[in-house]
Design a protein around this ligand. Structure first.
Ligand SMILES: [Zn+2]
Length: 525
């Protein structure tokens, strides 16, 4: 049985590509580009770097333990990046204001002050021309690496690009406004090095960055160092940042990835995400596994509340009065941050274990297309959903299935996985959230609702590969990430004016009719 579709590889294909030296992931991307030319073009425009065939770009993150002097150095670089960002903003925006003023004096377009480019090279050139004279930078710019300023300019350039594309309607997601200045008190400390002597030291306990010098790492860099030593990895850039009270460095690395096949390339698995149990996994052999929801945040909430209460009882910073925090507040705040840090680490670890396990076992993984940001608007569920990390599961599965030579199918947002009977395919009209057991109206099936949903998703994979019964109305085509069309054409649409007929339906109801996804998603677990 072959696995058709852009991200599908059979064992023969894998061995074939191994012989030819072609990376199936790259090949799939090329086929994908042919299928969706416009989308792929937009992607290419965004991503500057294309890994060599047989390679992928992967991050290696290490926590740092810098000494006092080095930490000062790191802070200086991050501050320089922020200053450069703010300088670039004023540099570009000054002309906008000037031109607006000139236009108000009826100065013709061609005589107005010319626009200033916000491209990275242009910003760099303009800054280099003034940095020696400008009293804001003259005394100290040479203390930091040029990469610090470059970080600020690159970010500013990207921010202006985002604003421009968003304004032209070429950008997905929420509208991006005119870039705003970064505050010294709020912005995250971060700086990126792309050139120079970025190294992992021989002792596997230190890294080296230009100008900053040697920094002690908290853990061994063995995994990265070994790959650098045998030539199967190449560092592209290093970004250090200060998060939750600790410094960390993230290496962007181009590594050679052996073409592998999952343990069961023919096997398909349906993953139904939920809150009661994090995931219900049902594979094509009919085996069902419940992955318990670890509820990391939920477990630590009590401790977190106590820590927060202690913080609130001490004298914190106040920007209006310029009051500085007391030492006792700083200590209490650090303790509170530690709880957050722990929760985030536990969650990351659990999610990686779950997604790696799925991707290296099954050839096909089916997940639902959840509108996570929409679900987070539900006040009662938001915390639980954010704690579970649904968005991460989907993102990690997407790249991990590609690494292991499998594929991920994303079931359409309107695919009624919970409401469909996994035995006779009859679809229920309604299945409220509190009903935990699926009881089919047509046949004798009585099943846990999440298990039923997971089975439907696994069956969807079979329908895509042509081995099983085709899925129901929603099982037409997987909706690729970023695709802007709805695959289901029979979306219930309210005929004009029906909501108001006789004034029977209140306004809220008709609005719910417009957004069927809300009821659909809440019916998932
Ligand atoms: Zn049934």
């Amino acid at each position: 049985m072959g696995l058709p579709g852009p991200l599908a590889f059979t064992l023969e294909q894998v061995s074939e590509s191994r012989r030819k030296g072609v990376n199936p992931v790259v090949e799939a991307a090329r086929q994908n580009a042919e299928q969706y030319p416009k989308r792929e073009k937009n992607k290419l425009k965004k991503r500057g770097f294309e890994p060599r065939p047989g390679h992928v770009v992967q991050a290696f993150v290490y926590t740092l333990d810098p000494g006092a002097g080095t930490e000062q150095n790191l802070r200086s670089h991050c501050g320089a990046a922020r200053t450069a960002y703010n300088w670039a903003l004023s540099h570009v925006l000054a002309v906008w204001d000037q031109r607006a003023a000139e236009a108000s004096y009826d100065i013709p377009e061609e005589e107005q002050t010319p626009w200033r480019s916000w491209s990275l090279p242009a910003l760099r050139r303009a800054f280099n021309a003034t940095k020696r004279e400008d009293p804001r930078f003259a005394d100290w710019w040479s203390e930091n690496s040029k990469e610090a300023y470059n970080t600020g300019f690159a970010n500013a350039s990207a921010a202006f690009d985002n604003y421009a594309t968003s304004k032209r309607g070429e950008r997905q997601g929420p509208k991006a406004g005119v870039p705003r200045r970064k505050s010294k008190h709020r912005s995250r400390l971060s700086c990126r090095f792309t050139t120079g002597a970025i190294r992992c030291e021989e002792d596997r306990r230190h890294i080296n960055l230009p100008v900053v010098g040697r920094i002690r790492t908290h853990e061994s860099t063995r995994k990265l160092h070994r790959r650098l030593a045998n030539g199967s990895a190449r560092i592209l850039s290093a970004t250090f940042s200060h998060q939750r009270g600790r410094w960390q460095v993230s290496f962007q690395v181009e590594i050679e990835r052996a073409i592998r096949a999952p343990a069961r390339p023919e096997g398909a698995v349906g993953v139904d995400l939920g809150i009661k149990s994090l995931a219900v996994v049902s594979d094509s052999d009919g085996q069902v596994r419940q992955v318990e929801n670890p509820r990391h945040l939920g477990r630590e909430l009590k401790r977190l509340r106590r820590a927060s209460l202690r913080v609130s009882r001490r004298r914190g910073p106040d920007r209006r009065t310029g009051q500085r925090p007391s030492n006792r507040w700083v200590r209490a705040n650090e303790k509170r941050n530690k709880v957050h840090h722990r929760v985030a680490n536990l969650r990351t670890d659990a999610l990686h274990k779950l997604t790696t396990g799925l991707a290296c076992e099954y050839g096909t993984v089916v997940v639902e297309d959840l509108n996570v940001s929409g679900m987070l608007k539900n006040r009662r569920l938001a915390r639980h959903i954010a704690d579970a990390g649904f968005g991460q599961i989907r993102r990690q599965l997407a790249y991990k299935t590609a690494w292991w030579g499998g594929r991920m199918i994303v079931a359409d947002q309107w695919f009624a996985s919970s409401k469909t009977c996994s035995q006779c395919k009859a679809v229920k009209a309604k299945l409220p959230l509190h009903v935990r057991v699926f009881d089919c109206d047509e046949c004798d099936l009585v099943l846990d609702r999440d298990v039923n949903a997971a089975r439907n998703l696994a069956a969807l994979a079979a329908s895509m590969t042509g081995t099983g019964v085709a899925g129901d109305r929603g099982a037409r085509a997987p909706k690729a990430r970023g695709a802007d069309r709805r695959t289901r054409t029979t979306r219930p649409r309210r005929a004009a004016g029906t909501g108001r007929a006789g004034g029977a339906k209140p306004c809220e109801r008709t609005e719910a009719g417009h957004r069927p996804q809300d009821t659909e998603q809440l019916g998932l677990w």
